[in-house]
Write a protein that binds this ligand. Structure first.
Ligand SMILES: NC(=O)c1ccc[n+]([C@@H]2O[C@H](COP(=O)([O-])OP(=O)(O)OC[C@H]3O[C@@H](n4cnc5c(N)ncnc54)[C@H](OP(=O)(O)O)[C@@H]3O)[C@@H](O)[C@H]2O)c1
Length: 248
């Protein structure tokens, strides 16, 4: 058998290293909060913003969010606009993106409406979380299509994004909250940020922000480039791309 050329080996290596592209999508108050001090569902943005969010979700192969976001809403955002579903079909995507819940504990409520929504669901959890969820879900009549027991401490998000890519997830929308976004940001795994600034003040030093966790020192800050700025009524829609370091 012929040995693969150096070029082929390089291409194979590149394919193996390819990872899902990560777009963070959030709505934020004018004072930098993504929810109120009680961490309730962030229902403060306009119908324009919800339509924008739906369009961004519709572009993704999968969306990922933290368990506390699901605890706050009890639902996920499915794609409902017929034209967006038609566009997905024309791109050979299934009608709905995969909805991936990230939960270390596996403590989720099978009664949430989320489990009755007509969307594909995955659970990204730990080994303990897998066990706990199987005890909670019982006979599995309300369940996930797939359970990934790969959530570890510390989490190697890059490897997971590479695995997602191999599974056909090229575009991942990260929908919050601040804890999940922080764990991606701390590993410099955010490629884009879509941020809607909404006209209200929420305050509260423990209210969630787009990027919580322990944060970065200034020398490690992720640098962004503003690619779009749009005002619609009292909201400002910002789209940033991260300045990619070489080889990322
Ligand atoms: N304005 C917006 O656009 C927007 C968007 C989304 C959410 N929100 C708001 O944000 C709030 C929720 O945000 P949050 O920061 O409190 O929580 P979150 O990021 O939604 O979820 C945190 C939970 O996710 C799991 N998790 C996250 N990262 C993990 C990691 N690296 N390893 C293991 N498990 C991980 C853990 O679940 P377990 O506890 O199950 O282990 C953790 O407790 C809510 O108030 C919601 O309304 C606002």
């Amino acid at each position: 058998m012929r040995k693969p050329s150096l070029y082929m080996t390089g291409q194979l290596q590149k394919m193996a290293n390819s990872r899902a592209h990560v777009s963070v999508v959030l709505a934020m108050s004018a004072d930098g909060k993504i929810a109120d001090r009680d961490r309730t569902a962030a229902r403060f943005s306009s119908a324009n913003d919800l339509a924008y969010l739906e369009a961004l979700v519709a572009k993704a192969d999968a969306v990922l969010f933290g368990a506390d976001t699901l605890r706050a809403y009890g639902t996920c955002l499915s794609v409902r606009q017929p034209d967006l579903i038609a566009q997905r079909k024309s791109r050979q995507q299934p009608s709905q993106p995969m909805q991936i819940v990230c939960s270390q504990s596996g403590k989720l409520d099978p009664q949430w409406r989320f489990f009755r929504q007509p969307v594909p669901r995955w659970l990204l959890t730990s080994r303990t979380g897998t066990q706990r969820w199987s005890e909670i879900a019982g006979d599995g009549s309300t369940n996930f299509d797939q359970i990934l027991p790969d959530l570890e401490e510390p989490m190697d998000w890059r490897s997971l994004l590479q695995r997602f890519h191999q599974l056909g997830i090229q575009r991942l929308a990260l929908l919050g909250g601040g804890t999940v976004v922080a764990s991606f940001a701390e590993q410099a795994l955010i490629d884009e940020l879509y941020l809607t600034i909404c006209p209200l003040l929420l305050g509260g030093k423990t209210a969630p922000t787009p990027f919580d966790g322990v944060g970065l020192v200034l020398s490690q800050a992720l640098k962004l480039r503003l690619v779009e700025l749009r005002q619609v009524e009292d909201e400002v829609f910002l789209h940033y791309r991260r300045c990619q370091p070489p080889g990322d």
